[in-house]
Structures are given as C-alpha cells and as structure tokens.
Design a protein around this ligand. Structure first.
Ligand SMILES: Nc1ncnc2c1ncn2[C@@H]1O[C@H](COP(=O)(O)OP(=O)(O)OP(=O)(O)O)[C@@H](O)[C@H]1O
Ligand SMILES: [Mg+2]
Length: 397
C-alpha cells in the first residue's frame, strides 16, 4: 500500500465518499491538493488509470514533484516517466499529471479517476469537452477541488452536487478553519488584514456573485466635507498618479489625523510642465509631509523634476506585487469606515467599478474594468499609504 499523509477529518469525509463526481469547495490551505494527491495515489495503486489536472504549468509541476517523491519511495513497485509525467504502478495502475492550460493535447486512454485541482481557475470547456468524455468507457469518477472564483462553472457543478435529483454528484464545503493543522489564531490574524470580500471567498470558500469588485461601502464612506482648507500644524499625506495617453493625472490629499480626504484634483491633456506647475501649486497649498507618486514610465522623470523643486515626493513603483497591499489597505480602510472619502462622483464611480481577478494558485490582479479609469483609485491608495506609513518603506521593484 502506498504510504503518504494521513488525511485529517475533513479530507477523510471527501475520500470516503463513494459518489462518482465529488465537488469540493474549500478555503485556502484546507488541504485540497493533499486530499487530491491521496485520492489519486490510492486509485492508481489499486490498478486505476488516473489524471491530475492543474490550471497552470507551475501548479502541475509542484504536484509532480510531490508525487514523484512517493513514486521513488515505492522502488520497484512504481516506474517514473519524467517526460510524460506519469507513474506506472506494479499491478497496472498509472497516474499522469497535466496542466489544463492546453487541453487540446489532452487525449488518451479511458480513466477511472480525474482530479481537477483549483478547478474554478480552469476554462469552462475543460470539464465537459476534455475530461468528461474520458470517463465514459470505464465509468470513471472525478474529484473537483477548488476555492471559489465567483459564480462560474465550478459553482454550477457545486450546485449539481447539492441536488437530491443528481445521485452521481455530491458537494462538500470546508473553510480554512477545517484544517486542524492551522492554528485558528493564525487565520484570525489574516482576517484582520484582509478585505471582507477576499476573506469570504478565499478562506470561508463562499461563492459570491460580485466577487470581482474590490471596494465595499464606498457611498457610505463618502462623508468628508468638501471645501476643506489647510490647517496649520496638521499632517497631510498626498498620493499622485500620472496620466498616460487617455488617462488623467490625479492628486489626492488626506488629513492624517482626522483621516478625511481634503483635496482631490484630476486633469489631462496639458503638457507635463503645466501639469507639474498645477501639482506644485496644490502641494504648496497643502504642504503634505509626503507625496507618494507612481513612478512607472513617465512618472520617474516628473518625480525627479518635482524633487528638484524641493518637494517631498517619493517614488512608488506599482508592480503586481506592490499593488496588492496598496489596494487592499485602501479597501480595508473604506469598508471599515476608517477613511472618509470626498463625495466626488468620479472618485466614487472609479472605486465602485475597480475590480479584481483571482489568479490560479492565489493572489489577485487589480485593475480598472476595460475602458475605465483608475487614476483616482491609485492616487487615493498612495495617499492612504502615506497616512499609514509616512514616507517610510522601501520601494518594491
Ligand atoms: N492530512 C494532512 N496531514 C499533514 N499535513 C497536511 C495534511 N493536509 C494538508 N497538509 C499540509 O497543509 C498545507 C496545506 O495543504 P495543501 O497545499 O494541500 O492545501 P490547499 O488547500 O491545496 O492549499 P492552497 O489553497 O494553498 O492551494 C501543506 O503544507 C500540506 O502539506
Ligand atoms: Mg492547493
């Protein structure tokens, strides 16, 4: 018998179920991938023909490394084929690892079991067009393991498993708290720093219909009085996003004590030197302790010009990695009412439309919807960064 990891009680429920199609919605770190590995090893060791599917090459790679280790421990009872990423078991069973990235190439003999890890991040055609036909002659089963990704096809198969009229389907739901190896305090610590929407989807494994929107309670947070005047002795923080071709240059100023937005400006189609003049005037007026400015492309030249004027401008390079905490901090502040926004329609619209896409394997990509703007969002997020951290912190590169 193959020795791997002993399943925890939540995994045991999934593994013991005899239903043909098992759909499992789980929170991060529940042990989805591990449960799938146990299932595939058991089936292949008993003579079954099995496929593992991951949404990306990288994720498939990781699983291949894990399973190969087990294969090696079996010595002569298993042979490993590196090229095909297949392990043949003594007794005729085998398992092969694939990435669902290029499903066209996925053809072959009939299967007894297909494991779809992070199924919600595969395109909707993979299951019906590639995997399902492979299960016909051997009446094979499928194990779908995933954290939710909005109400997409994975949600639909999850709902099938809740239908009493579908005896071949069964659904399971587990949160991250259901992994007994994770200390609950650890999850509480994550929760304190995570916007509610992300928490619900990622850790509580809830399917939400508006999973794409980032900012909640935007209108409720628009309580800052317009027309504020600079007050002596106050500490202000500013954020600045440079407009590119069709975008606007935006500046947002926040009072670091009252945590109210006090000023906001947005303009385009003027020369960079005119823009800088207008920004300098605003910065002179509010005298912020720090101005965090986006430094990509045209940013750095303009930043150097403002710095040459003696203004406290710091460069922030937005990359996929640096953007996540920048945006999530602002989202947390808005949804918890810690930052009062100016009731500016363009700002509120940009915030309401701003969206996130979950990436397979964890993390989000943040952006304005196609055709939309995000200059005020970025400027606000940078100003908020200055409120929280002042001018401190290293730029992400
Ligand atoms: N039954 C188990 N016994 C011991 N350790 C386990 C068990 N199940 C999972 N783990 C460990 O818990 C961690 C999370 O497991 P795993 O990667 O399977 O979870 P996951 O739900 O796939 O996570 P992610 O959401 O990051 O994909 C890993 O370090 C794994 O080795
Ligand atoms: Mg996993």
């Amino acid at each position: 018998m193959v020795r791997f990891i002993r399943p925890h009680p939540g995994q045991e429920k999934i593994l013991k179920a005899k239903t043909r199609f098992r759909v499992v919605a789980c929170g991060r770190r529940f042990g989805k991938t591990t449960a799938g590995q146990i299932a595939i090893l058991e089936t292949a060791a008993r003579g079954g023909c099995c496929w593992w599917l991951s949404p990306t090459y990288g994720m498939a790679d990781q699983v291949w490394r894990d399973l190969k280790r087990v294969g090696r421990e079996l010595g002569r009872d298993a042979s490993i084929h590196e090229q095909e990423r297949r392990i043949d078991f003594y007794g005729g069973g085998w398992l092969a690892i694939h990435s669902a990235h290029s499903p066209d190439r996925l053809r072959g003999a009939g299967l007894d079991l297909a494991v779809l890890d992070e199924a919600a991040f595969m395109t909707p055609d993979v299951w019906p067009e590639v995997v399902r036909p492979m299960l016909t002659e051997r009446r094979g089963g499928a194990l779908f393991l995933s954290s939710p990704n909005g109400r997409n096809w994975f949600w639909e198969v999850f709902r099938l498993g809740l239908e009493p009229t579908e005896p071949e389907w069964q659904s399971f739901h587990f949160t991250s708290y259901d992994n007994p190896l994770i200390a609950p305090e650890e999850l509480e610590a994550i929760r304190r720093q995570t916007p509610e929407r992300i928490w619900q989807q990622e850790y509580l494994a809830q399917f939400s219909d508006d999973a794409g929107s980032v900012f909640r309670n935007v209108r409720e947070a628009a309580t800052a009085p317009p027309g504020a005047q600079p007050l002596a002795g106050r500490r202000y923080s500013a954020g600045l996003d440079w407009g590119r071709e069709h975008d606007y240059t935006a500046l947002v100023v926040i009072d670091a004590e009252t945590r109210q937005m006090v000023a906001l400006d947005r303009f385009n189609r003027v020369s960079w030197s005119l823009q800088r003049g207008r920004l300098e005037a605003l910065i002179e007026r509010w005298r912020p302790a720090v101005v965090w400015a986006e430094s990509n492309s045209i940013g750095s030249v303009n930043i150097e010009a403002l710095q040459a004027e003696g203004l406290p401008v710091r460069a922030f390079a937005t990359t996929a990695r640096s953007k996540t905490p920048l945006i999530e901090d602002l989202a947390l502040a808005v949804e918890r009412g810690e930052l009062a926004l100016l009731p500016d329609e363009r700002l509120l619209d940009e915030l309401a439309a701003y969206s996130m896409t979950r990436l397979p394997g964890g993390g989000y990509r943040y952006s304005a919807p196609p055709g939309g703007h995000d200059d005020l969002v970025i400027a606000a997020a940078l100003a908020w960064r200055g409120v929280r951290y002042g001018g401190a912190g290293v730029d992400f590169v």
